[in-house]
Design a binder for this molecule. Structure first.
Ligand SMILES: [Zn+2]
Ligand SMILES: [Zn+2]
Length: 339
């Protein structure tokens, strides 16, 4: 039995005996309230080796389940999920958040795994389901010039290595580390998007850091015909320029997004309309134009948790990855995961 296999075996025994359903940290517990073992700004000792962990990944591209070292997996996630041109501290924040997101799903620690995989797996590489992942060397060669490729790969690897084992926790438990591209000035509260009640660290907060995002403000013109067929209604929309357009916001979310819309007498959620029309976010307003509706969107993505362009903006202002994580997930702390 290799050392890793022995560690995993010992970990399984401990997990089964001691903590069957809780999030488990072996070797070093996650801090509990009042536990000062690892505080917000405390770093693990320099000489401490962080052991990694093997996870099962369902590759959406090859449709096979592979076993991969967690830290190596994270290199492919950070490369896929965030532009490698972003500031080093933003990449480090992304590494911490992606690690937390992953461990929260690992079945061994009580996570639900990925339901899309035909055989049991912890997580998949489909960004619309779990978290994007790419083969680092292959993808970097496709996306970047030879010079950039080496530079960016090294940068991403450094971000993962320099945060090795670090995760975000709230009251001793791994957080729901959701993230998105650009909030557009204000993040969204999780309960406005998903069921399950309010989560203290996923409330709507003002974000003054993502104004440089190409998605900060966008315009999308949707023709009346396309709008009508998307809504699968009889043509209820008036002709161009009609001021009595029967479209109004029925419910706004805590983050100032469209919760529910009323189209004539039909209710539709902002989320559904976004999906049907391919809008970048549910933070939108519209203007009547001659040939359709001009949707003015703010941001890109669901808007909950870390705003990636905001993280880049914070990094550019000299903020550390710890400050970035703590800004987007208020009340959380960082802890070191040791398998
Ligand atoms: Zn999945
Ligand atoms: Zn933002």
């Amino acid at each position: 039995m290799t050392r890793t296999a022995a560690l995993v075996f010992a970990a399984i025994i401990l997990a089964v005996i001691l903590l069957p359903s809780a999030v488990v940290s072996l070797g070093r517990p996650f801090p509990r309230p009042g536990d000062e073992t690892i505080g917000r700004d405390e770093k693990p000792p320099e000489d401490e080796q962080v052991e990694s962990l093997l996870i099962s990944l369902f590759r959406a591209d090859t449709r096979e389940v592979v076993t991969i070292d967690l830290e190596e997996y994270l290199v492919g996630v950070v490369l896929a999920e965030m532009p490698a041109s972003f500031g080093p501290e933003a990449l480090k924040a992304q590494a911490v958040i992606a690690r937390t997101y992953t461990l929260h799903r690992v079945r061994f620690f009580g996570g639900g795994g990925c339901q899309r995989s035909p055989t049991p797996a912890d997580i998949c590489s489909d960004s619309t389901h779990c978290q994007a992942w790419v083969v680092p060397a292959v993808t970097a060669a496709q996306w970047y010039s030879p010079d950039e490729m080496d530079l960016y790969l090294a940068k991403v690897r450094r971000a993962v290595r320099e945060t090795a084992g670090e995760v975000a926790v709230y009251q001793g438990r791994l957080i729901e580390a959701v993230y998105h591209s650009t909030c557009g000035g204000r993040t969204e509260a999780s309960h406005a998007i998903w069921s399950g009640g309010e989560i203290p660290y996923l409330q709507s907060i003002a974000c003054p850091y993502c104004g440089h995002s190409p998605y900060f403000r966008r315009e999308t013109l949707v023709g009346f015909e396309q709008l009508t067929s998307a809504l699968q209604l009889e043509p209820v929309l008036p002709v161009a320029g009609n001021a009595s357009l029967p479209l109004q916001v029925a419910e706004e979310t805590p983050g100032g997004r469209v919760g529910v819309l009323k189209v004539d007498r039909v209710l539709i959620t902002g989320k559904d309309l976004r999906r049907l029309l391919g809008l970048l976010s549910t933070a939108f307003q519209w203007e009547v134009r001659e040939n359709g509706l001009l949707f003015l969107t703010r941001g890109h993505g669901h808007g909950v948790g870390l705003c990636q362009y905001g993280a880049d903006g914070m990094a550019a202002q000299g903020k550390t990855y710890r400050q970035i994580v703590s800004f987007y997930y208020p009340g959380t702390t960082l802890s070191t995961f040791t398998p």
